[in-house]
Design a protein around this ligand. Structure first.
Ligand SMILES: NC(=O)C1=CN([C@@H]2O[C@H](COP(=O)(O)OP(=O)(O)OC[C@H]3O[C@@H](n4cnc5c(N)ncnc54)[C@H](O)[C@@H]3O)[C@@H](O)[C@H]2O)[C@H](O)CC1
Ligand SMILES: [K+]
Length: 495
């Protein structure tokens, strides 16, 4: 199943990937570079800035620079002025660079870096093809100077494969090109997904350059990138004879005084994700004072004992508060005979009483944001260390960790790390996490495996955010995300 997701390959293995694909397909390395450049240009021509007249292409000595040469050649036409700045003399450049250098049309204005004194035109496009995944030592001062200069001029900035200066697999330790767009080849390099590189990466586009799935899949069994085309395979399909029971009974525990909105949002999201019956168990002394925004939600009165086994899935935490009776919490975990979803104060309680982890059913799903993660698992120096800690925790406790943020990480108990591609910055709004909890609980209740519930919940949640923000932009709120959930099923052709 996981083979269907795009693997994320380590930067150091890209050369081997190219070589193995070249051997497997019989394609030449020159043709592969041509494919990369052509795919970039196809993407470029669809962008709003593609009509800009002045294009500056900066090329380094390796194959990233070679890609830049192909791009300069293919972008050249009567309406554009292309200025190509070469960072090194030909003797220092790769063979494929040299080959493509000689193919440049005379209309491309080629300048050696030492002779480049012009100012960059306003409203131009700057294409960074200085270094790709082959960067292997600290930047020399001339490269530092160039990158600093480019970071301070205007124009649309595009990084080819990876912003120059960024290492492919770990956090930057020096200055790097600050792109508005990064067009990366075949699969996202790991470091493009790190929050500390947001300023350098800009908007990320993953561009297929034709390397076969078989070749790519041979190189990574651990890290994957989750996209819309993957999702259908993780879904269950319902038919006209399906009844309310098939869509599951969901119980959501949380919502203390002043924080009842959280549990309401989670419940509403579960209904919109397809749950048959959703019950809220608010943690207030008189649950009948509890107000719900949605008439389809049921409220547990609190007088009778909760029969936890009567539910197909249980989520604990949204708006719950942490002043709860620990014995009660232990009893809940103990009685539930299936994986639960734990969010917000459910996670904070685990962090405060780590012994509770012993009671957590295997394959439970824990959904921390960065702060909650830090409380539960510990501090990290950067995102690479953080994702490793998430995996270690998931393996050790046999749980699924969903580390929320841009490119949410799903750390599986078998060590796989899945990075999400859907979502945007407008989702950083109150209640967004409660919506995710409700969605995952809903899929679990519909008898999805915990793994599939996590995958579908995370992807649909991000997509719902994208859809809602098309009309709400910065003003998007969590309820807008919920209202967009049904459209995610339409868009992904899931019935
Ligand atoms: N499968 C693919 O994704 C394809 C990718 N392509 C492109 O190739 C680059 C990787 O090319 P490579 O030649 O291995 O590396 P670079 O171009 O990044 O740079 C290597 C070059 O630079 C020198 N160097 C490294 N670090 C420094 C430094 N700090 N200062 C100065 N010089 C440095 C090094 O010695 C080499 O000379 C990949 O990113 C894609 O853009 C292929 O075109 C198609 C297949
Ligand atoms: K680059």
């Amino acid at each position: 199943m996981t083979n269907m997701m795009l693997p994320i390959i380590a930067g150091k293995d890209v050369k081997q990937l190219d070589e193995s694909y070249i051997q497997f397909s019989g394609i030449s390395s020159i043709d592969l570079m041509e494919n990369a450049g052509r795919s970039f240009v196809t993407w470029y021509e669809k962008q709003s800035f593609s009509s800009r007249k002045h294009i500056y292409v900066f090329v380094g000595p390796g194959n990233n620079g070679g890609d830049g040469l192909v791009i300069a050649r293919l972008l050249q036409n009567d309406c554009r002025s292309i200025i190509l700045v070469c960072m090194e003399v030909l003797e220092k450049c790769s063979a494929d660079f040299v080959y493509n250098f000689h193919r440049l049309p005379i209309e491309v204005n080629v300048i050696g870096y030492a002779n480049w004194t012009q100012e960059i035109e306003e409203n131009s496009v700057i294409i960074d093809a200085v270094f790709g995944v082959g960067i292997n030592r600290p930047l020399a001062s001339r490269y530092m100077y160039l990158i600093q200069k480019l970071n301070h001029v205007g124009g649309v900035k595009i990084a080819v494969d990876i912003p120059s200066g960024l290492p492919a697999d770990y956090s930057k330790n020096s200055i790097a090109f600050q792109a508005d767009y990064t067009a990366t080849f075949q699969f996202p390099k790991l470091s493009l997904l790190f929050p500390e590189h947001a300023r350098e990466v800009g908007e990320l586009a993953v561009i297929d350059i034709g390397i076969s799935e078989e070749s790519v899949c041979r190189f990574s069994k651990q890290r994957f990138f989750l996209r819309g085309i993957d999702i259908k395979a993780y879904h269950k399909h319902f038919h006209k004879f399906s009844h309310k029971g098939d869509f599951g009974k969901v119980l959501l525990i949380g919502g203390t005084i002043g924080k009842t909105g959280a549990i309401n949002l989670a419940g509403y999201a579960a209904l919109r994700t397809g749950s048959g019956l959703v019950t809220l168990a608010p943690q207030i002394s008189d649950p009948y004072q509890f107000q719900t925004i949605v008439p389809e939600l049921m409220i547990f009165g609190g007088k009778d004992d909760l029969n936890l086994r009567g539910f197909d899935s249980v989520a604990i935490g949204p708006g719950m508060g942490i002043d709860v009776d620990i014995d009660w919490f232990v009893r809940i975990l103990d009685e539930v005979d299936k994986p639960v979803v734990l969010d917000a104060d459910g996670i904070n309680l685990l962090a405060r009483y780590p012994k509770l982890l012993d009671y957590l059913p295997k394959n439970s799903i824990i959904t921390p944001h960065l702060k909650e993660f830090e409380r539960l698992v510990g501090k990290s120096k950067d995102h690479l260390e953080r994702i490793q800690m998430a995996s270690d925790f998931a393996i050790h406790h046999q749980v699924i960790i969903i580390l929320k943020g841009a490119h949410t990480l799903i750390a599986m108990p078998d060590g796989r790390q899945i990075f999400n591609s859907s979502g945007n910055q407008y989702m950083a709004t109150a209640g967004s996490g409660d919506v995710l909890t409700g969605m995952i609980a809903s899929f679990l209740g519909q008898s999805y495996t915990p793994e599939n519930a996590a995958i579908c919940g995370v992807y649909h949640h991000g997509l719902a955010g994208e859809i809602a923000s098309q009309t709400k932009y910065r003003g998007m709120i969590a309820s807008d995300i919920i209202n967009a959930i049904p459209k995610t099923f339409v868009q992904l052709d899931i019935i």
